[in-house]
Design a protein around this ligand. Structure first.
Ligand code: ADP
Ligand code: MG
Length: 467
């Protein structure tokens, strides 16, 4: 049987999707099978960042797929455009007919990842969801990537764990690489910078170190707060900073705190870090979380119904890394059970995580669940900005119940009900208190709802019963 190139690729990708779904990305479709020679299947990948991702994370999986699909002892090698000499035709169509037998013990050496600038293709601007909490940081990052050294210098992005700092920094590198392939770009963690510095000191190679860091056009250092307490590295970094800054090169830094809140950071560095643009990333609101879950599902080719993305986003409000973890959990459970993802399955996978357990009180999740089923409203509508009465009233009742039966603050309740501020929650509570006095059916509804909630076990008991 003659198998065509494209058919072989489809089979490879199908194998990967079922056997190794976690490594699969939507852009795998763009990979081009080139040829098989000496037992090696060469796959062409045009984007450098994608090429590095595949070499770093996917050689074994692709090799397994190639062996399974072909029934031969093939190995896979990812090649870039620069590696292709143009002499072979990428369109020959009986690839598998041409595979020569492979000597079983032939040593296999995958191409080494040549440099340390490990950038994830997932962390691009295309995959970054913009919301109120990160709009400024995103806009500044985009401007810097387009015009390094000209827009804001330095750009200092700060925010809590898992809120997208590394993603934005890597997106800057990727966009700058595409726009200006001539630029010298260096992306490194602060720890990496310190390690290089200490090694250079020990080896007596400070000239090399300075040459390396002071001649780049765009220096991106992640987690710069790690500089605190490192006096010697702070000193060296101060000079690196000045040298780059004075020659108009771009510096981008991320940190878990604002410059003046990083402990033990020298005054002169605080003032250098603050002299460009300081942009904070804040926790995402409900709508942004939904959009992020959907975006992640798209990137990882996960088929995710809308009610499940809403459920995950309502359930996890801490940070985006946890949101992703929840999506992975749901995806894995579906995969293990061999079933499509559904709301029931999502509840089984992550239902035992309460937003924050406060014993003896119903969880906000159980209040939301009770409200959505009692009033027959959709979770997405309840948490949305829609104001029609059939949705606004249940939402206000939900806030009222949360205030009365949990210890969450007005701000926190606002957060759970679609990222509203505390004045909206206060208004809701007052409105319900006023209305129930003159409206006996509302009063009855409230009593029913309270009964239903009290019939449910409190948060801690709910959690332990599901383990
Ligand atoms: P930080 O560096 O701030 O700790 P990361 O950049 O590592 O956080 O982000 C954690 C995860 O959340 C990453 O997988 C990242 O892609 C994702 N993420 C964060 N913000 C966004 C966003 N706005 N849109 C899409 N994904 C995001
Ligand atoms: Mg980070």
């Amino acid at each position: 049987m003659v198998r065509h190139n494209s058919q072989m690729k489809e089979e490879l990708l199908a194998f990967l999707r079922t056997q190794h779904p976690s490594v699969c990305r939507h852009w795998f479709d763009e990979i081009e099978p080139l040829e098989v020679s000496n037992g090696t299947l060469k796959l062409l990948v045009r984007e450098t960042v994608q090429l590095k991702y595949l070499r770093r994370c996917c050689i074994d999986q692709f090799t397994e797929a190639a062996q399974s699909v072909s029934g031969r002892l093939l190995v896979v090698s990812f090649v870039g455009e620069d590696d292709v000499d143009g002499s072979h035709s990428p369109s020959f169509d009986n690839l598998f007919e041409q595979i020569p037998p492979v000597v079983p013990n032939e040593p296999f050496s995958p191409l080494a990842v040549d440099d340390e600038m490990l950038i994830s293709p997932d962390y691009s601007f295309d995959n970054f969801v913009i919301g109120p909490g990160n709009r400024l940081a995103h806009a500044a990052a985009y401007a810097v990537a387009q015009k390094p050294g000209k827009a804001y210098n330095p750009l200092f992005v700060h925010g809590g764990v898992g809120l997208g700092k590394t993603h934005l920094l890597q997106a800057i590198c990727q966009l700058a690489m595409t726009h200006r392939p001539d630029l010298q770009i260096y992306y490194i963690s602060c720890d990496g910078f310190m390690t290089h510095f200490l090694e250079a000191v020990q080896a007596g190679q400070m000239m090399d170190f300075r040459h390396r860091f002071r001649n780049v056009d765009l220096l991106v250092i992640d987690d710069i707060h790690d500089l605190s307490k490192r006096n010697r590295t702070q000193e060296e970094f101060f000079h690196t900073f000045n040298s780059l800054y004075q020659s108009g090169r771009q510096i981008v830094l991320s940190s878990d705190a604002a410059p003046d809140e990083i402990p033990d950071l020298e005054e002169r560095l605080i003032s250098r870090f603050s002299c460009g643009l300081v942009a904070q990333i804040e926790r995402p609101c409900y709508e942004t979380r939904v959009a992020i879950v959907k975006q992640k599902a798209f990137v990882q080719q996960i088929d995710l119904p809308d009610d499940v993305s809403s459920y995950i986003a309502a359930k996890i409000d801490t940070n985006i890394r946890e949101l992703e973890g929840a999506l992975t959990k749901v995806h894995s459970l579906a995969h293990v059970n061999g079933v499509p993802i559904s709301l029931a399955l999502a509840k089984e996978a992550i239902g035992d995580r309460s937003n924050r357990s406060r014993s003896q009180h119903p969880s906000i999740q159980s209040i939301i669940d009770t409200i959505t089923s009692y009033y027959d409203v959709k979770l997405t509508d309840l948490l949305s900005k829609r104001r029609q009465k059939s949705i606004a009233l249940p939402r206000q009742i939900g806030m009222w119940l949360a205030r009365k039966h949990t210890r969450y603050s007005l701000e926190e309740i606002g957060g759970y009900f679609g990222g509203r501020d505390h004045t909206t929650v206060m208004h809701a509570i007052r409105a319900i208190n006023t209305k129930r006095k003159g409206d006996s059916s509302l009063d009855q509804d409230l009593s029913h709802l309270e009964e239903q909630l009290s019939a449910q076990p409190p948060v801690d008991a709910t959690d332990s019963s599901k383990h």
